[in-house]
Ligand binder design. Sequence first.
Ligand code: ATP
Ligand code: MG
Length: 424
Amino acid sequence: MGAIQASRGTRDILPTEVGYWQYVEDIARDILHRSVYREIRSPIFETTSLFERGIGEATDVVGKEMYTFADRGDRSLTLRPEGTAGVVRAYIEHNLASTGGVQRLWYTGPMFRYERPQAGRQRQFHQLGVELIGSYDPRGDVEVIALAHDILKALGLEKLTLYLNSVGNTGDRQRYREALIHYLTPYKEDLDPDSQDRLTRNPLRILDSKDPKTQEICQNAPSILNHLGDASQKHFDGVQSLLTGLGIYYQLNPCLVRGLDYYTHTAFEIQSEDLGAQATVCGGGRYDGLVKELGGPETGAVGWAIGLERLILLLQQGRTSPSLAPDIYIVSKGDKPESEALLLAQKLRHHGLKVELDLSGSAFGKQFKRADRSGAKACIIIGDSESQNGTLQWKWLDTGEQITLSREEVLSDREFMQRARHKV
Ligand code: ATP
Ligand code: MG
């Protein structure tokens, strides 16, 4: 019988790769904590109607990509295709608004969309996202954009571009919608089938069609930025001048839309030149209508989500894997040395070092080879004579320099311990 393989569009993240994931999570967590964002963990599946209402029935995600199933009690459930709807549901359900002020939340975890798998596009993928709920202030838009900017920068990513747009408020969009339909209707036959379908249902979404012919037609379409009312223009001007004030460079892109009624004002994406077709690493915007749409009070909110697979593809292009190597690799042979080595490993770990203990019991030569391969900075050797003298051999694996030390000396010499540590 053949072995079973991982489902199409899913991937194992193996121990050799997981260092990238932990590295990204550590850096992001640190930056998010400094802006006092708190983690929220919502369920992987939710009632289907949450996404139908929260994302919109006219979108690809709801129309074609959801993993929806009936459970044994015949409830319609859906594996979450994104994080915002669940977070907003939790915000309303637990009345987080009652604490007053703004809720700053972040999440990370797997999302599910039935899409054609390719590089940077999977059926189970991972996002890290933030939601700032409870403010209409343009400083909120800029706060979340600055977070994404800082996280990507701290990861050493370059050649990223922030594209910015405003989709205004419902009134602006209504006027723009008419102008757009007016412009596109004569080209109807040349649009891709999805876009033809959207011409009356959701024409704004046509602007982000990936079809080349449709894109060409959209080049000369009227711009939403010429249809913003005074209040929307003021908000957008505020966002732009605050970004400039923070030294965050952006490019306006009037074709960048989130085509749903409760998306408002700012829309943005961060794209990389190095990702081919799947160029967008981070997408987000303001969604002042969503909390109300899902049954809560009228509430301003803004957020984004980073696609972690795409982010990690970029990291892998640029640098070697963050080290998961031990600081110290311990080899030992013989009953007494082996139990002493176990004790020493434990003590060193309690001093904060990463220690790997060779359990093979094989000849020293073989253990040394594994020590070299482990990437450790130093190797500790305990054989019969070290055991008799209460000493150990300490070998720096980069230089080969080897010295005899007492066990106490190792544990009490701070400088020595510091040198043994891998820089993160
Ligand atoms: P795309 O246009 O690439 O399909 P999207 O507009 O559907 O993106 P969002 O819903 O805004 O994407 O999700 C935010 C981010 O999550 C994307 O910019 C991307 O980095 C990532 N992402 C979305 N779908 C997938 C997927 N199927 N596989 C991997 N990453 C994804
Ligand atoms: Mg998509």
